[in-house]
Design a protein around this ligand. Structure first.
Ligand code: SF4
Length: 194
């Protein structure tokens, strides 16, 4: 029986560079964990939640109820993660809502997009509801909230990405380098990555 579960964070690492997964899981060489960043993000999310007008999400996004810090796992796709919020909309659908300790640069990064899509997959499976969009709140751009519309092909692509990661872990497939070689400059693994 296949008991391997990857995390939504693994997917983000993979999208940054597929080899991270190989070094982390197959060679068991961890990256330096930036704990300070995680603490900061945690604090910031808490502050923002307190600050955002309580009615904002309900009125502006047509949300009737929400759940916070929701852990979900997919038996079907072998992925798990904790989403900041699950919003339940007045049309019967639900959406992931994620806080980013980041500026809104005017474009949606692939990492952020697929993180949201995978939370969407998890919500569908765990709550048995339709998921058509996700939201990202950029806490360093005046808490600007951006909407992402999910298409069926986004879910298909997300499952493909998850399966590629599972293949690396389970079969020891050595993946290609990142296409953006600028990322290698200050990479933890640059001395062993050939
Ligand atoms: S050195 Fe470059 S290709 Fe190798 S793991 Fe780091 S980012 Fe990826």
């Amino acid at each position: 029986m296949n008991e391997t579960y990857i995390t939504v964070s693994d997917v983000m690492e993979y999208l940054f560079c597929p080899r991270f997964i190989y070094f982390m899981y197959c060679l068991d060489i961890k990256q330096h964990e930036d704990k300070r960043y995680k603490v900061l993000k945690g604090r910031k999310v808490h502050e923002v939640r307190e600050k955002i007008n309580k009615d904002y999400i309900r009125k502006k996004l047509n949300c009737t109820r929400k759940e916070s810090s929701v852990y979900m796992a997919s038996k079907k796709h072998h992925v798990k993660g904790i989403v900041d919020e699950v919003l339940f909309m007045d049309d019967g659908t639900a959406s992931p809502f994620d806080y980013k300790y980041a500026e809104d640069k005017g474009k949606l990064f692939k990492t952020y997009k697929y993180q949201s899509v995978i939370y969407g997959l998890l919500i569908k499976e765990n709550y048995n509801v339709d998921v058509r969009k996700g939201f990202i709140c950029y806490t360093r751009s005046n808490n600007s909230v951006k909407e992402i519309t999910f298409k069926e092909k986004d879910f298909t692509e997300a499952v493909k990405i998850i399966n590629e990661i599972l293949d690396i872990i389970q079969k020891g497939v050595y993946p290609k380098k990142t296409k953006s070689l600028m990322r290698c400059v200050d990479c933890t693994y640059r001395n062993i990555c050939v």
